[in-house]
Write a protein that binds this ligand. Structure first.
Ligand SMILES: Cc1ncc(COP(=O)(O)O)c(C=O)c1O
Length: 378
Protein backbone atom coordinates (compact mmCIF):
# COMPACT_ATOMS: atom_id res chain seq x y z
CA UNK A 1 0.00 0.00 0.00
CA UNK A 2 1.07 3.60 -0.60
CA UNK A 3 0.18 5.84 2.33
CA UNK A 4 -1.21 9.22 1.32
CA UNK A 5 -3.36 9.98 4.36
CA UNK A 6 -0.93 11.83 6.62
CA UNK A 7 -3.50 14.51 7.48
CA UNK A 8 -5.41 11.78 9.35
CA UNK A 9 -2.30 10.46 11.09
CA UNK A 10 1.31 10.37 9.99
CA UNK A 11 2.79 7.02 9.02
CA UNK A 12 5.31 5.52 9.26
CA UNK A 13 6.67 6.86 12.54
CA UNK A 14 10.41 7.19 13.12
CA UNK A 15 11.81 3.89 14.42
CA UNK A 16 13.18 5.64 17.51
CA UNK A 17 9.57 6.36 18.55
CA UNK A 18 8.62 2.69 18.48
CA UNK A 19 11.88 1.72 20.23
CA UNK A 20 11.25 4.23 23.03
CA UNK A 21 7.73 2.91 23.62
CA UNK A 22 8.93 -0.69 23.67
CA UNK A 23 11.78 0.26 25.99
CA UNK A 24 9.38 1.97 28.38
CA UNK A 25 7.06 -1.04 28.47
CA UNK A 26 9.90 -3.54 28.86
CA UNK A 27 12.25 -1.74 31.20
CA UNK A 28 10.22 0.85 33.12
CA UNK A 29 6.44 0.55 33.06
CA UNK A 30 6.01 2.45 36.34
CA UNK A 31 3.22 4.92 37.03
CA UNK A 32 4.07 8.56 37.65
CA UNK A 33 4.10 9.98 41.20
CA UNK A 34 2.26 6.92 42.43
CA UNK A 35 5.02 4.70 43.87
CA UNK A 36 7.89 4.60 46.32
CA UNK A 37 10.51 6.65 44.44
CA UNK A 38 12.10 3.44 43.18
CA UNK A 39 14.42 3.80 40.22
CA UNK A 40 11.58 2.81 37.91
CA UNK A 41 9.28 5.40 39.52
CA UNK A 42 11.91 8.10 39.12
CA UNK A 43 12.51 7.11 35.50
CA UNK A 44 8.81 7.48 34.72
CA UNK A 45 8.69 10.90 36.41
CA UNK A 46 11.82 12.05 34.63
CA UNK A 47 10.43 10.91 31.31
CA UNK A 48 7.33 13.05 31.77
CA UNK A 49 9.36 16.08 32.86
CA UNK A 50 11.79 15.61 29.99
CA UNK A 51 8.91 15.52 27.50
CA UNK A 52 7.28 18.61 29.07
CA UNK A 53 10.57 20.51 28.79
CA UNK A 54 10.92 19.61 25.10
CA UNK A 55 7.32 20.63 24.35
CA UNK A 56 7.68 23.96 26.16
CA UNK A 57 10.87 24.62 24.19
CA UNK A 58 9.46 23.52 20.84
CA UNK A 59 6.43 25.79 21.16
CA UNK A 60 8.18 28.73 22.88
CA UNK A 61 6.24 28.33 26.13
CA UNK A 62 5.70 31.20 28.56
CA UNK A 63 7.93 32.06 31.51
CA UNK A 64 11.10 31.04 29.75
CA UNK A 65 9.66 27.72 28.52
CA UNK A 66 8.21 26.73 31.88
CA UNK A 67 7.46 22.97 31.57
CA UNK A 68 4.76 23.20 34.23
CA UNK A 69 2.61 25.11 31.72
CA UNK A 70 2.32 21.99 29.55
CA UNK A 71 -0.71 19.70 29.98
CA UNK A 72 -0.78 16.20 28.52
CA UNK A 73 -4.06 15.00 26.99
CA UNK A 74 -4.90 12.01 24.84
CA UNK A 75 -5.40 14.05 21.64
CA UNK A 76 -6.23 17.56 20.50
CA UNK A 77 -9.96 16.95 20.73
CA UNK A 78 -9.58 16.44 24.47
CA UNK A 79 -7.24 19.44 24.68
CA UNK A 80 -9.77 21.72 22.95
CA UNK A 81 -12.58 20.42 25.16
CA UNK A 82 -10.49 21.13 28.27
CA UNK A 83 -9.93 24.72 27.16
CA UNK A 84 -13.35 25.54 25.71
CA UNK A 85 -15.53 23.82 28.29
CA UNK A 86 -13.28 24.90 31.12
CA UNK A 87 -13.28 28.58 30.15
CA UNK A 88 -16.57 29.44 28.45
CA UNK A 89 -19.55 30.15 30.70
CA UNK A 90 -23.16 31.12 29.91
CA UNK A 91 -23.32 34.70 28.67
CA UNK A 92 -19.80 34.68 27.22
CA UNK A 93 -19.16 35.33 23.51
CA UNK A 94 -16.76 33.24 21.44
CA UNK A 95 -15.58 33.82 17.89
CA UNK A 96 -14.47 31.06 15.56
CA UNK A 97 -14.02 30.57 11.84
CA UNK A 98 -15.95 28.78 9.13
CA UNK A 99 -13.03 26.40 8.51
CA UNK A 100 -13.03 24.52 11.80
CA UNK A 101 -12.91 20.80 12.50
CA UNK A 102 -15.65 19.30 14.67
CA UNK A 103 -13.09 19.14 17.48
CA UNK A 104 -13.83 22.88 17.76
CA UNK A 105 -17.38 23.08 16.38
CA UNK A 106 -19.00 20.32 18.43
CA UNK A 107 -17.87 21.58 21.86
CA UNK A 108 -18.93 25.10 20.78
CA UNK A 109 -22.35 23.98 19.55
CA UNK A 110 -22.80 22.09 22.79
CA UNK A 111 -21.78 25.13 24.84
CA UNK A 112 -24.18 27.24 22.78
CA UNK A 113 -27.05 25.27 24.33
CA UNK A 114 -25.89 26.44 27.77
CA UNK A 115 -26.05 30.12 26.79
CA UNK A 116 -22.60 30.74 25.29
CA UNK A 117 -22.89 32.97 22.20
CA UNK A 118 -21.01 31.48 19.24
CA UNK A 119 -20.14 33.59 16.18
CA UNK A 120 -18.64 31.96 13.10
CA UNK A 121 -16.81 34.23 10.65
CA UNK A 122 -16.57 33.19 7.06
CA UNK A 123 -13.01 32.91 5.82
CA UNK A 124 -12.41 31.31 2.49
CA UNK A 125 -9.53 31.13 2.11
CA UNK A 126 -8.02 34.58 2.28
CA UNK A 127 -6.83 36.57 5.31
CA UNK A 128 -9.37 37.58 7.84
CA UNK A 129 -10.86 41.01 7.39
CA UNK A 130 -11.68 40.85 11.03
CA UNK A 131 -13.59 43.25 13.14
CA UNK A 132 -13.29 41.78 16.59
CA UNK A 133 -15.28 43.39 19.32
CA UNK A 134 -16.36 42.29 22.73
CA UNK A 135 -15.40 38.65 22.44
CA UNK A 136 -14.34 36.65 25.47
CA UNK A 137 -12.40 34.16 23.36
CA UNK A 138 -11.35 33.36 19.82
CA UNK A 139 -10.57 29.79 18.73
CA UNK A 140 -9.29 28.79 15.31
CA UNK A 141 -7.23 26.20 13.47
CA UNK A 142 -3.80 27.18 12.19
CA UNK A 143 -4.34 25.25 8.95
CA UNK A 144 -7.42 23.60 7.49
CA UNK A 145 -7.48 19.82 7.42
CA UNK A 146 -9.58 20.08 4.25
CA UNK A 147 -8.08 22.78 2.03
CA UNK A 148 -4.62 22.81 3.60
CA UNK A 149 -4.82 26.61 3.79
CA UNK A 150 -2.64 28.13 6.49
CA UNK A 151 -4.40 31.02 8.20
CA UNK A 152 -2.57 34.31 8.85
CA UNK A 153 -2.04 33.45 12.49
CA UNK A 154 0.43 36.23 13.21
CA UNK A 155 -1.95 38.93 11.97
CA UNK A 156 -4.92 37.45 13.78
CA UNK A 157 -2.89 37.07 16.96
CA UNK A 158 -1.97 40.77 16.76
CA UNK A 159 -5.62 41.78 16.35
CA UNK A 160 -6.58 39.60 19.31
CA UNK A 161 -3.80 41.08 21.41
CA UNK A 162 -4.85 44.63 20.55
CA UNK A 163 -8.42 43.81 21.51
CA UNK A 164 -7.46 41.85 24.61
CA UNK A 165 -9.11 38.66 23.39
CA UNK A 166 -7.59 35.33 24.46
CA UNK A 167 -6.70 33.33 21.33
CA UNK A 168 -6.78 29.52 21.34
CA UNK A 169 -5.20 27.68 18.41
CA UNK A 170 -5.87 24.21 17.01
CA UNK A 171 -2.48 23.20 15.61
CA UNK A 172 -3.49 19.68 14.49
CA UNK A 173 -2.27 20.20 10.92
CA UNK A 174 0.78 22.36 11.63
CA UNK A 175 2.51 21.30 14.88
CA UNK A 176 5.85 19.77 13.93
CA UNK A 177 5.58 21.15 10.39
CA UNK A 178 5.49 24.94 10.86
CA UNK A 179 7.09 27.06 13.54
CA UNK A 180 4.70 28.12 16.29
CA UNK A 181 5.84 30.31 19.17
CA UNK A 182 3.17 30.65 21.83
CA UNK A 183 4.85 33.55 23.63
CA UNK A 184 5.59 35.57 20.49
CA UNK A 185 2.01 35.08 19.32
CA UNK A 186 0.66 35.87 22.79
CA UNK A 187 -1.61 32.80 22.64
CA UNK A 188 -3.91 31.95 25.53
CA UNK A 189 -3.55 28.26 24.78
CA UNK A 190 -2.03 26.18 22.01
CA UNK A 191 -3.68 22.80 21.58
CA UNK A 192 -1.74 20.04 19.82
CA UNK A 193 -2.08 16.40 18.89
CA UNK A 194 0.86 14.02 18.95
CA UNK A 195 0.07 11.61 16.15
CA UNK A 196 0.23 13.91 13.12
CA UNK A 197 3.15 16.23 12.34
CA UNK A 198 4.77 15.62 15.71
CA UNK A 199 5.30 11.98 14.60
CA UNK A 200 4.26 10.58 17.99
CA UNK A 201 1.85 7.70 18.61
CA UNK A 202 -1.92 8.04 18.74
CA UNK A 203 -3.26 8.81 22.21
CA UNK A 204 -0.96 11.77 22.84
CA UNK A 205 -1.58 15.50 22.74
CA UNK A 206 -1.80 18.48 25.00
CA UNK A 207 -1.98 22.17 25.75
CA UNK A 208 0.66 24.87 26.14
CA UNK A 209 -0.87 27.48 28.44
CA UNK A 210 -0.53 31.13 29.12
CA UNK A 211 -0.36 31.02 32.95
CA UNK A 212 -2.92 33.82 33.52
CA UNK A 213 -5.36 32.22 31.14
CA UNK A 214 -4.85 28.77 32.72
CA UNK A 215 -5.74 30.25 36.11
CA UNK A 216 -9.13 31.31 34.65
CA UNK A 217 -9.93 27.83 33.29
CA UNK A 218 -11.78 25.27 35.39
CA UNK A 219 -10.61 21.65 35.08
CA UNK A 220 -13.39 19.59 33.52
CA UNK A 221 -11.83 16.33 34.71
CA UNK A 222 -10.89 16.02 38.37
CA UNK A 223 -9.43 13.14 40.35
CA UNK A 224 -6.19 11.63 41.56
CA UNK A 225 -3.02 13.44 40.57
CA UNK A 226 -0.49 11.53 42.69
CA UNK A 227 -0.05 14.78 44.65
CA UNK A 228 -1.85 16.70 47.43
CA UNK A 229 -3.46 13.39 48.41
CA UNK A 230 -4.76 14.84 51.67
CA UNK A 231 -7.15 17.07 49.71
CA UNK A 232 -10.57 16.12 48.42
CA UNK A 233 -10.58 19.09 46.08
CA UNK A 234 -8.62 19.44 42.86
CA UNK A 235 -5.24 21.16 43.34
CA UNK A 236 -4.83 24.50 41.59
CA UNK A 237 -1.14 23.88 40.97
CA UNK A 238 0.07 23.30 37.43
CA UNK A 239 0.41 20.81 35.85
CA UNK A 240 -1.71 18.76 38.29
CA UNK A 241 -4.77 20.98 37.86
CA UNK A 242 -5.51 19.56 34.40
CA UNK A 243 -3.91 16.11 34.69
CA UNK A 244 -6.06 13.74 36.72
CA UNK A 245 -5.64 10.01 36.29
CA UNK A 246 -2.74 7.93 35.06
CA UNK A 247 -1.17 9.45 31.96
CA UNK A 248 -0.43 7.58 28.74
CA UNK A 249 3.16 6.83 29.71
CA UNK A 250 4.09 4.59 26.76
CA UNK A 251 2.63 7.29 24.51
CA UNK A 252 4.63 9.99 26.27
CA UNK A 253 7.76 7.87 25.84
CA UNK A 254 6.99 7.80 22.11
CA UNK A 255 6.25 11.53 22.02
CA UNK A 256 9.49 12.25 23.86
CA UNK A 257 11.47 10.30 21.26
CA UNK A 258 9.49 11.93 18.45
CA UNK A 259 10.48 15.37 19.78
CA UNK A 260 14.13 14.28 19.70
CA UNK A 261 13.64 13.15 16.12
CA UNK A 262 12.01 16.49 15.24
CA UNK A 263 14.83 18.45 16.85
CA UNK A 264 17.46 16.39 15.06
CA UNK A 265 15.68 16.64 11.71
CA UNK A 266 14.80 20.33 12.19
CA UNK A 267 11.35 21.84 11.73
CA UNK A 268 12.71 24.03 8.92
CA UNK A 269 13.91 20.94 7.03
CA UNK A 270 10.57 19.23 7.62
CA UNK A 271 8.67 22.29 6.37
CA UNK A 272 10.97 22.44 3.33
CA UNK A 273 10.49 18.75 2.49
CA UNK A 274 6.71 18.93 2.96
CA UNK A 275 6.54 21.97 0.69
CA UNK A 276 8.70 20.18 -1.89
CA UNK A 277 6.68 16.97 -1.96
CA UNK A 278 3.48 19.02 -1.79
CA UNK A 279 4.52 21.02 -4.84
CA UNK A 280 5.44 17.82 -6.67
CA UNK A 281 1.94 16.50 -5.98
CA UNK A 282 0.16 19.77 -6.75
CA UNK A 283 1.93 20.33 -10.09
CA UNK A 284 0.76 16.93 -11.25
CA UNK A 285 -2.72 17.38 -9.84
CA UNK A 286 -3.22 20.64 -11.73
CA UNK A 287 -2.77 18.79 -15.05
CA UNK A 288 -5.78 16.56 -14.37
CA UNK A 289 -8.87 17.36 -16.44
CA UNK A 290 -12.11 18.41 -14.74
CA UNK A 291 -10.34 19.08 -11.46
CA UNK A 292 -12.13 21.05 -8.75
CA UNK A 293 -9.49 21.85 -6.14
CA UNK A 294 -10.06 23.46 -2.75
CA UNK A 295 -7.45 25.81 -1.32
CA UNK A 296 -4.54 27.57 -2.97
CA UNK A 297 -3.25 26.61 -6.39
CA UNK A 298 0.35 26.96 -5.23
CA UNK A 299 2.21 26.11 -2.06
CA UNK A 300 1.97 29.62 -0.59
CA UNK A 301 0.23 29.48 2.77
CA UNK A 302 -0.55 25.83 2.25
CA UNK A 303 0.39 22.59 3.95
CA UNK A 304 0.63 19.35 2.02
CA UNK A 305 -3.10 18.55 2.24
CA UNK A 306 -5.13 18.49 -0.97
CA UNK A 307 -8.88 17.98 -1.18
CA UNK A 308 -10.41 17.87 -4.61
CA UNK A 309 -13.16 16.49 -6.79
CA UNK A 310 -13.22 15.38 -10.39
CA UNK A 311 -16.33 16.68 -12.11
CA UNK A 312 -19.12 14.08 -12.23
CA UNK A 313 -17.11 11.51 -10.24
CA UNK A 314 -18.15 10.54 -6.72
CA UNK A 315 -15.18 11.06 -4.40
CA UNK A 316 -16.10 7.99 -2.31
CA UNK A 317 -16.03 5.77 -5.38
CA UNK A 318 -12.77 7.37 -6.46
CA UNK A 319 -11.19 6.67 -3.05
CA UNK A 320 -12.43 3.11 -3.21
CA UNK A 321 -10.97 2.53 -6.68
CA UNK A 322 -7.66 4.08 -5.61
CA UNK A 323 -7.64 1.92 -2.49
CA UNK A 324 -8.06 -1.16 -4.67
CA UNK A 325 -5.03 0.05 -6.62
CA UNK A 326 -3.05 0.35 -3.36
CA UNK A 327 -3.41 4.00 -2.35
CA UNK A 328 -4.67 5.11 1.05
CA UNK A 329 -6.51 8.45 0.96
CA UNK A 330 -9.61 9.85 2.67
CA UNK A 331 -12.89 10.83 0.98
CA UNK A 332 -15.95 12.55 2.44
CA UNK A 333 -16.26 15.36 4.93
CA UNK A 334 -13.17 14.90 7.13
CA UNK A 335 -15.09 15.72 10.36
CA UNK A 336 -15.34 19.28 9.06
CA UNK A 337 -18.83 20.04 7.70
CA UNK A 338 -18.39 23.79 8.29
CA UNK A 339 -15.20 23.85 6.24
CA UNK A 340 -16.81 21.89 3.39
CA UNK A 341 -19.81 24.26 3.41
CA UNK A 342 -17.39 27.18 3.16
CA UNK A 343 -15.51 25.54 0.31
CA UNK A 344 -18.71 24.58 -1.57
CA UNK A 345 -18.11 20.84 -1.24
CA UNK A 346 -20.90 20.01 1.23
CA UNK A 347 -22.57 17.48 1.52
CA UNK A 348 -20.64 15.27 -0.89
CA UNK A 349 -17.20 16.18 0.41
CA UNK A 350 -13.97 15.69 -1.49
CA UNK A 351 -11.11 13.28 -1.91
CA UNK A 352 -8.26 14.26 0.41
CA UNK A 353 -4.72 13.25 -0.45
CA UNK A 354 -1.99 14.18 2.02
CA UNK A 355 1.59 13.24 1.23
CA UNK A 356 3.88 13.43 4.25
CA UNK A 357 7.50 13.87 5.19
CA UNK A 358 8.31 10.26 4.27
CA UNK A 359 6.41 10.23 0.95
CA UNK A 360 8.65 9.74 -2.08
CA UNK A 361 8.24 11.21 -5.56
CA UNK A 362 7.91 7.76 -7.14
CA UNK A 363 4.85 7.06 -4.95
CA UNK A 364 3.22 10.20 -6.28
CA UNK A 365 4.04 9.18 -9.84
CA UNK A 366 2.36 5.84 -9.19
CA UNK A 367 -0.63 7.60 -7.61
CA UNK A 368 -1.21 9.69 -10.74
CA UNK A 369 -0.85 6.65 -12.99
CA UNK A 370 -3.55 4.98 -10.90
CA UNK A 371 -5.75 8.10 -10.82
CA UNK A 372 -5.57 8.50 -14.59
CA UNK A 373 -6.37 4.81 -14.97
CA UNK A 374 -9.47 5.14 -12.81
CA UNK A 375 -10.59 8.32 -14.61
CA UNK A 376 -10.32 6.59 -18.01
CA UNK A 377 -13.05 4.19 -16.91
CA UNK A 378 -15.44 7.09 -16.24
C1 LIG B 1 -7.70 20.64 12.23
C2 LIG B 1 -7.95 19.45 13.11
N1 LIG B 1 -8.40 19.65 14.35
C3 LIG B 1 -8.64 18.62 15.18
C4 LIG B 1 -8.43 17.32 14.80
C5 LIG B 1 -8.69 16.21 15.77
O1 LIG B 1 -7.52 15.51 16.06
P1 LIG B 1 -7.50 14.31 17.11
O2 LIG B 1 -8.36 13.24 16.51
O3 LIG B 1 -6.06 13.92 17.21
O4 LIG B 1 -8.06 14.83 18.38
C6 LIG B 1 -7.95 17.06 13.52
C7 LIG B 1 -7.76 15.67 13.05
O5 LIG B 1 -8.10 15.28 12.00
C8 LIG B 1 -7.71 18.15 12.66
O6 LIG B 1 -7.25 17.97 11.41
Amino acid sequence: MYYLNNAATTWPKPKSVIDAMTDFMLNCGANSSRGTSSERDMNAMNLILDCRIKLAELFGGYDNHNPLLVTFTSNITEALNFVLRGFLKPGMKVLTTSMEHNAVMRPLRDLEKTGVKVDVIDINPSPLPLLIANYDLMVMSHASNVSGTVQPLKEIAEICKKNNIPLVVDSAQTAGILDINVTELNLAALCFTGHKGLMAPQGTGGIIWNPDFASRVKPIITGGTGSFSHLEIQPDEMPDKFESGTPNLPGIAGLNAALDWLNQTGIKNIAKREAEIGKYFLDKLLTIDDLILTGNYDMNNRVSVFSFNIKNFDNGILADELSRAGFETRPGLHCSPQAHKTLGTFPDGALRVSPGFFTQEFEIDKFFDALKGVLLTK
